[in-house]
Design a protein around this ligand. Structure first.
Ligand code: NAD
Length: 300
């Protein structure tokens, strides 16, 4: 069994670190928010006061943080993980941060004599709770060889995509489609509502029809139909509007750099940006349906 540092005990970090504890690993957790620390502590995580303390004797350091700048802040500098973890151990970053940031962090890790694997995940909080996440790994064979056995405690489909950054590149492409599907599910649900269609019948028919997709099926945005969807729990996250907006921003800026049209992702990004601007940034991404519904009601 290994000693693991887990930095970032949010919606994903809590269930993922719990699975590490349940697998028998010693897990030292860090978060800046007390409620997050309390939730992890209740699961058997040894919550400590600083990144340096958490990583001091860690075989591997996991990060599950909002975005690239938070990951950089936690890993680099004199108090960061790279400078304080044992030589030869590995950082496994499960956050979604874009491939350029991941490659830069992998270079910095190498300079400090430690390893780095980008390991973004797909499957949401439900996938994290059930240890059924998909993980897309970027990194060299040695580092991935250390990360992969540990990741079997949090995921069920784990693929080494290629060198550093390739896991993030795969994730950005996946989430471009997730964002479009989620926005489309919200728009179509408002239209179905206006047409007077029964939400449950609408849901069941789409699942047997050509409009079916993962976002619609798992995160159906109208309440009371899919028990595990955040829409049935007051639109509490789940996966926040601001995080999906961040992923669509990563996708659209990457597409610009590579001279690729990503017009549907850009349109979805605009909708989530508007939802965020109207105060829904910290709600689950399914809450876009409420914004679209309210906008229509205002117009009519
Ligand atoms: P979250 O905001 O719930 O969790 C992030 C946690 O990091 C918070 O608890 C926050 O307090 C903590 N944190 C922030 N700065 C810190 C610091 N300096 N030191 C220690 N802790 C710090 O986000 P989440 O939903 O858990 O998502 C995390 C990452 O996973 C994001 O990149 C997201 O895009 C990605 N992701 C999320 C989901 C999902 O369904 N929620 C699914 C797949 C991927």
């Amino acid at each position: 069994m290994s000693t693991i540092a887990w930095i970032g005990l949010g919606h994903m970090g809590v269930p993922m670190s719990k699975n590490m504890v349940d697998a028998g690993h010693t897990v030292r957790g860090v978060d800046i928010v007390e409620s997050a620390r309390a939730a992890a502590r209740a699961n058997g995580v040894d919550v400590v006061g600083s990144v340096a303390e958490a990583v001091r004797d860690a075989d591997a350091v996991f990060t599950m943080l909002q975005n690239g700048s938070v990951v950089e802040q936690v890993l680099t500098g004199p108090d960061g993980a790279f400078m304080n973890m044992p030589a030869g151990s590995v950082v496994v970053d499960c956050s979604t941060i874009g491939f350029e940031t991941a490659r830069s962090l992998a270079d910095q890790a190498r300079e400090q004599g430690v390893g780095f694997v980008d390991a973004p995940v797909s499957g949401g909080v439900e996938g994290a709770e059930q240890a059924s996440l998909t993980l897309m790994l970027g990194g060299d064979a040695r580092d991935v060889g250390i990360a992969e056995p540990l990741l079997k405690s949090v995921g069920s489909y784990i693929v080494h995509v290629g060198p550093s950054g390739d896991g993030q590149a795969m994730k950005v492409v996946n989430n471009a489609m997730l964002g479009v599907c989620m926005a489309s599910a919200c728009e179509a649900s408002v239209l179905a509502k206006r047409l007077g269609l029964d939400p449950r019948v609408f849901y069941d028919i789409v699942l047997h029809s050509s409009g079916d997709n993962w976002a619609f099926r798992k995160w159906f945005p109208l309440p009371g139909v899919v028990e595990s969807s955040p829409s049935s729990h007051g639109y509490e996250p789940g996966f926040m509007v601001d995080l999906l907006h961040k992923d669509l921003y990563l996708a659209t800026t990457t597409a610009e750099d590579f001279d690729v049209r990503l017009d549907t992702a850009a349109a979805a990004m605009k909708l989530f940006a508007e939802a965020s601007a109207s105060g829904a940034g910290q709600r689950d991404c399914t809450a876009l349906v409420l914004e679209l519904d309210a906008a229509g009601e205002t117009r009519s």
